[in-house]
Structure formats: structure tokens, C-alpha cells
Design a protein. Structure first.
Length: 165
């Protein structure tokens, strides 16, 4: 009888442990979903701030130690250097950007997202509109306050039709 009671107690403890661990996994899934929603919201903020010409709001999405890797250009290292680069670009154009985020992967305090973008850049001085179709890869990091910021951004244009090779 005592042996049966001991076995039943062990089984009960194992079941309780499984329930506790299962609950933990459910909350982790919920957190991942919230993190993905936060990153998708940042992408929406990225689009709307660029389309509004709001450099301050756009640059607020970047971490202080961010690095941007643009096509045919050296790496731009640090939020202030990224700001300096775009301070000369934002006033020159009216942007109409859209982004289709294809995927977000979360691992701890890091996230990786990729997708496609289109942007039309119409010169403020009434020149010809520049249209760009491309893809991006972005790495975001959870900040101490729980928000997500871009720490690495790489993007490039898709080849014009007929030039793939």
C-alpha cells in the first residue's frame, strides 16, 4: 500500500511538472506573437514616417549602434551616421513606400525579418519620379524597455527586367 501511494505521488508530481512546463510554453508562444506584432508595428511606423517625411520618427526605430548596408555604398555605422545620411535625403524627395513583410523569426532578444519593398521617390524640385522595387533583411533587438529597434539593415534593388543573370 505504501509503495502504491509513493508511486501515485511520483506520478502526480510528474503530471504537475508537465502541466507547469506546458503552461510556460504557452506563455512563450504568446510572447513571441506579441513580439512579432511589435516588429510588424515597427515596419508600419517605418513606412508611415518615411511617407510623411518624418526623419525624427523614422530614426527613432533604430538602435544607437545600428548598421545599415545599402547597395553600392559603404556600411553606415551608428544611428547618428544613419541620421546624417538621411538628413540630406529626406528633404529632397516625397516618398511613397510600401513594404510586404514576408517573415519574422524570434530568438530570445533578437529577431530577423525579411520581405519586399517598393518606393517611389518624387523630387521636391519637380523632377522625374524614381521607382525602386527591392528586398530587405533586418535584424531587430529587444531593448531594455521591451521595445524593438533595428540593429542591422540590409537592402538591395531587384534587377530590372531583362538584366537578371
Amino acid at each position: 500500500m505504501r509503495k502504491a501511494l509513493l508511486q501515485a505521488s511520483i506520478i502526480l508530481m510528474v503530471l504537475m511538472l508537465l502541466v507547469i512546463l506546458g503552461c510556460g510554453k504557452q506563455s512563450e508562444v504568446g510572447d513571441v506573437e506579441a513580439d512579432i506584432a511589435a516588429i510588424n508595428n515597427n515596419i508600419e511606423q517605418y513606412i508611415s514616417s518615411m511617407n510623411a517625411g518624418d526623419l525624427d520618427r523614422w530614426i527613432s526605430l533604430w538602435a544607437d549602434d545600428a548598421i545599415q548596408l545599402a547597395p553600392d555604398a559603404p556600411a553606415v555605422i551608428g544611428k547618428e551616421q544613419i541620421r546624417a545620411k538621411y538628413e540630406s535625403i529626406f528633404p529632397l524627395f516625397i516618398f511613397n513606400m510600401s513594404i510586404t513583410n514576408e517573415d519574422v523569426k524570434i530568438s530570445g532578444d533578437l529577431a530577423c525579418s525579411y520581405g519586399n519593398y517598393t518606393v517611389s521617390m518624387t523630387p521636391e524640385a519637380r523632377g522625374e519620379t524614381i521607382k525602386i522595387d527591392g528586398k530587405y533583411l533586418s535584424i531587430e533587438e529587444r531593448q531594455a524597455d521591451g521595445s524593438w529597434k533595428i540593429i542591422r539593415s540590409c537592402f538591395n534593388d531587384n534587377a530590372p527586367s531583362g538584366t537578371e543573370g
